[in-house]
Design a protein around this ligand. Structure first.
Ligand code: GAL
Length: 705
């Protein structure tokens, strides 16, 4: 069997075992003497670990000299794990090349935008477009696949690691040639490239594909062609994907029955690759997520994991990495507070993960990540972190036994759209304000909806956002003709849509839709804006705008000068006489066909959105139902027994099984009405008689309903 695009295959349990929620982490036995391995296995079993990812950075140990393979140590450790009932997610081991390779072939090292070589000394020092590197990496894939093809303990392939984490943009000559080919494929003629990039501006016209350069250093304070930059983002995602596909195909040709994945980096700020596009290339989606310290912690995690679920199209996905406590790569590495290790795992699980894994099993003693937390910390077995890890292992087993596998995240009534290309395009430096890009907005909407008791689904522009009762397009800056038509059809057909400022401004080439903003969908929203009104901290300049509904706009507003007869104004600006903004519409709702489209013409932030939502909901005819939670509780439902994963419970039907997760979003204790039998109660208490739960700030309750 060869790889089936868009297929779905999940790692199967070891022979004789029942399917379980996978639980474990990255395991780097090559960092430790073999004498430690037995203790590792003993403690893994104590924590109920049932899967580890092995060999991710082991190329130098597996192939110490060119063509000389040493699988003995890896065989021994896999055997030890497998015999203990611990499955292995085996790496292709290609993430970081050994010194002998880069010494012999320095031409595989990637170059920065100034053309400087990025030398070995850390990891991922290779360029995705290097034919030489590809040859070596594929050779290792072949050797790994040949050696482990019949190994019963290897249940999945972990191909490379976080593609593009460090080598996302390469500006080498290899990259240049590949970019030229990519442009040729996308555009066909150099004239079409010129047209797409608007090269008539600043004498940038090209007469041959060989004149296409990567966006190399152009001097400080200068502005790169935005069309080229946007295409370089697309190209870089595709070049990495192409490399992944080559590695994947090499492995799956030899081991067709083993499912493959590679770990994505989906988060509220993660746009290294267009993971929505990559998702159809893996057997199962897996993600690495690291918590955002501070007050957004639980919301951001829910947001990100919901987006992974959207990318996975609601099929089970794998949390490949998260941390038990502190990371080591921020300037201040906050530890997790008591309860957060278990609560965070439950957030991912609630949002559709069927596997919870950490970076890493045993905390390193040396090397760049020695201060990164792990399942087994420096302090050892007798530590709070390890006790939490064991408790989590028990919880996961219990949820597995109770039937959580086979259920999926229930479909919400509300979708919030995330779009990789809109983020890439708005990262350009010559825009109305650097304080606004696509991803300043979606997390605010997810949080504001949660403030109204709604757990929205985060989905991408390519997905089925137009099947939801209500859809939000938050600063979806790029809308091509087809997507603009989808928006039009959705509302015309009866959909309820909310659109914000900075949506539908440009087409897929980042050419502005003319005639007034938002040019792509002006007819749908029924407003026309002539100018952006940025705001900032410069003394004497416009700092903010008050709205008639009591909220305040910051950073940017649209100067709406015209509204259609079919539109109603819900709020206007109250501004000084000479600002030109007094009385200008800020929030509107337009009837279009059978549906309604709300327009939010400024950046209100989470609290301003939340305060504006009741009026928007009313104008859109969107009613909250009693299953929606409260502002300080995030309620997430996984359902089973239904094919289309609609949350039938809130729409009349009765799915055969439901798991309801309650998370405390506040810093106070909250109480919830429990809708079933409690299974997990962490940093919380339950009054079973009255079906009530009381949840501490970092706590969680999970019930089966
Ligand atoms: C990930 C990476 C891991 C480890 C981890 C630390 O980006 O895949 O190998 O470095 O971060 O947070």
């Amino acid at each position: 069997m060869v790889f089936e695009k868009n297929g779905y295959r999940w790692p199967q349990p070891l022979k004789g075992n029942q399917p379980q929620i996978w639980y474990g982490g990255d395991y780097n036995p090559d960092q430790w003497p073999e004498s430690v391995w037995d203790e590792d296995v003993r403690l893994m079993l104590k924590a109920k670990v049932n899967l580890v990812s092995v060999g991710i950075f082991s190329w130098a140990k597996i192939e110490p000299r060119e063509g000389e393979y040493d699988f003995c140590w890896l065989d021994r450790v896999i055997d030890k794990l497998g015999r203990a009932g611990i499955a292995v997610d085996l790496a292709s081991a290609t993430a970081s090349p050994p010194m002998w390779l880069t010494q012999a072939h320095p031409e595989v090292l990637w170059r920065d935008e100034k053309g400087d070589v990025c030398w070995p000394g850390a990891r991922q020092h290779w360029r995705p477009t290097s034919p030489v590197f590809r040859e070596y990496a594929l050779k290792l894939c072949r050797a790994m696949a040949q050696h482990y093809k019949d190994n019963p303990y290897v249940v999945a392939w972990h191909v490379s690691n976080e593609y593009g984490c460090h080598n996302r943009f390469d500006y080498s000559d290899d990259a240049m040639r590949a970019f030229q080919d990519w442009c040729q494929k996308r555009y066909g003629t150099i004239e079409a490239v010129n047209e797409a990039w608007g090269t008539a501006f600043w004498a940038q016209a090209m007469t041959d594909f060989s004149q296409i350069l990567p966006p190399r250093y152009i001097g400080d304070g200068n502005f790169m062609n935005p069309g080229k930059l946007l295409d370089y983002q697309r190209f870089s995602s595709d070049a990495l994907k192409d490399f992944f596909v080559a590695e994947r195909d090499e492995l799956s040709r030899i081991t067709p029955s083993k499912p493959l994945t590679t770990n994505f980096m989906v988060s509220s700020v993660g746009v290294t690759a267009d993971y929505d596009d990559w998702a159809s290339e893996v057997d199962f989606v897996s993600n690495d997520h690291y918590f955002m310290p501070g007050e957004a912690h639980v919301d951001e995690m829910a947001y990100s994991s919901s987006l992974v679920d959207g990318i996975a199209r609601k099929r089970p996905w794998f949390l490949m990495e998260n941390s038990t406590s502190a990371v080591n790569w921020r300037s201040i590495n906050y530890r997790k507070e008591p309860g957060q290790t278990i609560r965070d795992a439950m957030v991912h699980l609630a949002m559709g993960a069927d596997a919870i894994c950490f970076f890493q099993w045993r905390q390193s003693r040396a090397g760049a990540e020695k201060f990164h937390s792990a399942m087994l910390p420096h302090a050892g077995e007798h530590s709070q972190v390890f006790r939490d890890v064991c408790e989590l292992g028990d919880d996961l087993q219990q949820l597995g036994d109770a039937g959580l596998l086979g259920t999926r995240l229930a479909k919400s009534r509300v979708a919030v759209v995330f779009d990789y290309e809109s983020e890439w395009a708005t990262e350009h430096t010559a825009t109305p304000t650097q304080n606004v890009r696509h991803f300043t907005e979606p997390l605010d909407w997810f949080r504001a909806l949660a403030d109204c008791g709604i757990t929205a689904d985060m989905v991408t522009l390519r997905s089925d956002w137009d099947t939801y009762e209500l859809a939000v397009l938050p600063s979806v800056y790029l809308l091509d003709r087809a997507n603009a038509q989808r928006v039009r059809d959705y509302v015309a057909g009866g959909g309820k849509l909310i659109v914000t400022y900075y949506t539908g401004i440009s087409d897929e080439r980042d050419h502005i839709w003319l005639g007034g903003y938002p040019g792509a969908i002006r007819d749908v929203v029924g407003v026309r804006s002539e100018e952006f009104v940025p705001m900032g901290d410069d003394a004497g300049a416009l700092h903010h705008l008050d709205l008639s509904n009591g909220t305040v706009a910051h950073d940017i507003a649209d100067h709406i000068t015209q509204i259609d007869d079919t539109a109603t104004v819900l709020a206007t600006y109250k501004a000084g006489e000479y600002t030109g903004m007094d009385g200008v519409p800020a929030l509107t709702v337009n009837r279009f066909g059978k549906g309604l489209a709300g327009y939010v013409g400024c950046r209100l932030g989470r609290l301003g959105i939340a305060a504006s939502l009741p009026a928007l909901f009313e104008a859109l005819g969107f009613e909250l139902d009693q299953t929606d939670g409260s502002d300080d509780v995030l309620r997430v439902v996984r359902v089973g027994g239904v094919d289309d994963v609609d949350d039938s419970a809130s729409h009349g039907g009765q799915p055969s099984v439901r798991f309801i997760f309650y998370f405390n979003r506040s810093r106070d204790i909250v109480t919830v009405e429990l809708e079933g039998e409690p299974l997990v109660v962490s940093h919380a208490t339950v009054d079973a008689e009255h079906a009530k739960g009381s949840i501490e700030p970092n706590g969680v309750i999970v019930v089966k309903g």
